[in-house]
Design a binder for this molecule. Structure first.
Ligand code: GDP
Ligand code: MG
Length: 423
């Protein structure tokens, strides 16, 4: 059984929280793309955790976690992330964590280059998390990358690294006028982390294929949402990888397998981190009220998230691109303070209404067509069935369902593991 848990919107929909919940019924949880620019917050009986690289299944004793070939892994960051978990009594070892030998290694110079480029762009910057993600994926496609499996072979590294570094240093020294990376330092870095993680690095495709044949239940955890996908998102304000469910078998290492279920996570309102078009964006006091009600500050970066109304146009597009057959709506409880709740039901461009999610210039210029629904103005965080909800909360859900053309499967009314119900 292969299930993907993916974001319908711009990310931060609560994927980590839902994976934590659903992984009770899973044997394996796989991250298949992205790097430590992810921030998945999980609150359960063991405490509060922010996961950047590790799959959210790591908090379950019965689950084996896999970091797939589609990922870009900053091994130093991984070291500290594992340390933080161990301090809270979570076991992480080669028995419950497998790292693909084909994943890209995010090098220290990738992080530097990310910062140099954002600095160069100044006010036109992409709002990168500055964790080296665009530079490492660029190198993957330019075939100048280092893969985790290479760390197990010192002589091979000594053979490939000088040319790679010469190429990278051209950019660092001649374009950005910064000090280049030294061969000795980089070999040393890779040696240190190669030694630390050698027992974790393996052919995870082979591992997952065998597990699937043996009838194991495998869950794929996405980072970010559909609108950050490099092909289908709000390019160039996307991430540099494919966040969509269709990529999950590829990025996990089992490209021949087909997903059985895609659970799409969407938030009861919209948020967006970083730069780029965000049609439903609120400002001033209205934004501040929603941001503070939802605690909308980046888990990876602490940056205030941009906030807005639920976006029917973007969400419908996200559902189509993800191919989600099940939908989870999160953070409905956050809207409890609102007397009137805005929902964006269409975009307006040059005086015409648009219902399809546009690209480029049209997306930049589009404005939201809003409808206002009556709020419920009471605490719903203890509701555990649909019928427990106040009438206006039911109407809000039904309105969204009608607009997007699909019923919800799960509704989350709090960050804690048990604060949810099935529709
Ligand atoms: P992810 O990146 O998709 O995993 O989402 P984040 O963890 O970045 O952001 C979601 C935030 O909302 C986290 O702090 C969660 O603990 C929290 N959260 C998730 N679901 C709910 C919910 O239903 N209600 C409330 N109030 N908080 C939630
Ligand atoms: Mg997040």
């Amino acid at each position: 059984m292969l299930t993907a848990v993916v974001g319908i919107n711009w990310g931060d929909e609560g994927k980590g929280r839902i994976v934590d919940l659903l992984s009770e019924e899973q044997d394996i949880v796989v991250r298949y793309q992205g790097g430590n620019n992810a921030g998945h917050t999980v609150i359960n009986d063991k405490g509060e955790f922010i996961l950047n690289l590790l799959p959210s299944g790591i908090l379950r004793e019965n689950v084996v976690c896999v970091m797939g070939n589609g990922m870009a892994i900053d091994l130093k960051h991984l070291h500290y992330e594992i340390q933080r978990l161990r301090e809270k009594g979570i076991h992480v070892g080669p028995d419950n964590l497998k790292i693909s030998d084909r994943a890209m290694v995010t090098m220290p110079y990738h992080v530097d280059l990310d910062c140099y480029e954002e600095e160069r762009l100044g006010k036109n910057s992409y709002g990168s998390t500055r964790r080296g993600i665009a530079p490492v994926y660029s190198d993957k496609y330019a075939k100048k990358g280092i893969r985790t499996g290479d760390l197990l072979h010192e002589t091979y590294l000594q053979k490939i690294l000088p040319d790679i570094l010469a190429y990278k240093n051209l950019m660092i020294e001649k374009a950005y006028h910064k000090p280049g990376a030294s061969l000795e330092d980089m070999l040393d870095y890779l040696h240190t982390y190669g030694a630390e993680f050698q027992e974790y690095i393996c052919d995870t495709g082979e591992y997952l294929t065998a597990a699937h044949r043996a009838g194991k239940r495998i869950m794929f955890e996405a980072q970010l949402g559909a609108l950050r996908d490099i092909d289908f998102g709000i390019y160039p304000f996307t991430s540099s990888s494919n966040t969509i469910a269709a990529y999950a078998p590829i990025g996990a290492g089992v490209p021949g397998l087909k997903l059985d279920t895609v659970v799409g996570i969407m938030k009861a309102y919209s948020t967006c981190v970083g730069a780029g078009p965000f049609t439903v964006e609120m400002d001033g006091d209205e934004a501040e009220a929603l941001r503070s009600a939802g605690g909308e500050y980046g888990a990876a970066t602490g940056r205030p998230r941009r906030v807005g109304a639920f976006d029917v146009v973007a969400s419908k597009y996200g559902i189509t691109v993800q191919g989600s057959d099940k939908l989870a709506l999160t953070k409905l409880d956050v809207l409890s303070y609102m007397k009137k709740i805005p929902v964006c039901v269409a975009y307006s461009y040059n005086g015409a209404k648009i219902h399809s999610f546009p690209v480029g210039e049209v997306l930049e210029k589009a404005t939201p067509v809003l409808e206002y629904l009556d709020g419920w103005c009471e605490d719903i965080s203890m509701c555990r069935t649909f019928s427990d909800l106040p009438e206006n909360a039911k109407k809000y859900i039904e309105f969204i369902e009608e607009k997007i053309g699909q019923k919800m499967w799960l509704i989350s009314v709090g960050a804690k593991r048990d604060a949810y119900f099935m529709r």
